[in-house]
Design a protein around this ligand. Structure first.
Ligand code: AMP
Ligand code: MG
Length: 345
């Protein structure tokens, strides 16, 4: 997967290489199970090492408290003490948990930070891969361990009320980490930066000359292609959820890593959703949420959320690209895909 992400980062650099002045300079490294990239325009290259060292320490610190793969993380302690006792948590963990619950409410439960037992049931995130398709009874019994009403958060503590419940912040933590870093660099007066944590991207200022940062939107069906580019102005963040990112095969059928909490099953029917908004945590959570909701319900939810625009690619042939009018303002399709764009209202 990392090789695919690196190839895609290369693709992004190529996209930003369309301008005549010198290319931005980038540093990339592995963290949070993915690849982080940090770019500044060539004329600001003297800042690259100091900014990316802040980026490394910020992401590492957040990973240590938010990861479910680290047994000592605050989230692992919350999960281990489910049904036993409330756990005291640090400011960032409480903030991201509160945000996750907020997006769960805004998305009518499509985004759900307590979905972890279902994610693991399907063989993801440390779960055992089932050898045969899962039956309704098995799924229903695990669905009883899912739901934000069983997660309480107050002052500096949080509690999961039944043993076996678990929180998984994989759908929002990377976006949140990008916002924390963005904020820090903004306070340091950093002028022109692009932060990328596994495709959760937030930009500030300009890329080169007077040109804004520009990134490619991947074709989720033919994943080494892009379908178009988006220009990102100051503070704007983009995230993509795709069915190609992580999959398992059970009895010959491929299942993607995003689970619909209402059915307890991996989402089918959607190949990719890209969201542009004013925060990376929001883009991250909403891309996962809209992926689960599917086109019709997603349209209704989008109307209730300000500054949130989306591009959808259903998992069907021939390829269709559905975009909201606000997304269309900053999106340019490659000529081969221009005829496939439909504006949704
Ligand atoms: P993303 O790539 O941002 O769409 O996030 C996907 C990750 O979020 C998965 O790998 C799971 O760890 C987690 N996840 C899966 N389904 C959901 C869901 N319905 N709500 C919130 N998080 C989810
Ligand atoms: Mg997400």
């Amino acid at each position: 997967m990392k090789i695919r992400i690196l190839l895609f980062l290369l693709l992004l650099l190529l996209v930003s290489g369309c301008f005549s002045e010198k290319k931005p300079v980038t540093e990339s490294w592995g963290i949070m199970g993915t690849v982080a990239g940090f770019s500044v325009p060539a004329k600001d290259s003297k800042h690259l090492s100091s900014y990316s060292s802040i980026a490394k320490s910020t992401f590492t610190e957040l990973d240590q408290s938010l990861s479910t793969f680290k047994p000592e993380s605050e989230i692992s302690r919350l999960n281990n003490d489910a049904g036993v006792r409330p756990v005291s948590l640090s400011k960032h963990v409480l903030e991201v948990l509160n945000m996750a619950v907020k997006y769960a409410k805004l998305s009518d439960g499509a985004f759900d930070p307590t979905v972890a037992p279902l994610v693991q049931l399907w063989g993801f995130n440390g779960g055992t891969l089932p050898v045969k398709p899962l039956g309704d009874a098995t799924i229903s019994s695990v669905m009883e361990l899912v739901g934000c009403e069983h997660l309480s958060i107050s002052n500096n503590v949080s509690y999961l009320d039944s043993a076996g419940m678990k929180v998984d912040l994989g759908g929002i933590a990377k976006g949140y980490a990008v916002d924390v870093l963005y904020q820090k660099l903004d306070e340091m007066n950093a002028k022109n930066i692009m932060i990328d944590l596994g495709g959760n991207i937030r930009c500030k200022g300009l890329a080169r000359g007077k040109k804004p940062w520009k990134i490619g939107v991947r074709n989720p069906i033919v994943t080494d292609q892009i379908i178009g580019t988006i220009e990102l102005t100051d503070g704007i963040a983009v995230a993509t959820s795709g069915n190609y990112e992580r999959c398992v095969k059970i009895a010959g059928k491929t299942y993607a890593h995003i689970i619909d909490p209402r059915t307890g099953r991996p989402v089918e029917g959607m190949a990719g959703v890209t969201v542009v908004s004013d925060s990376a945590a929001k883009s991250d959570a909403m891309s996962t949420a809209l992926f689960v909701l599917g086109l019709d319900r997603a349209k209704a939810v989008l109307k209730t959320i300000p500054n949130c625009e989306a591009l959808f690619v259903p998992a069907e042939e021939p390829l269709r690209i559905l975009i909201t009018p606000g997304f269309a303002r900053n999106f340019v399709a490659l000529p081969a895909f221009a005829g496939r764009i439909e504006i949704i209202k």
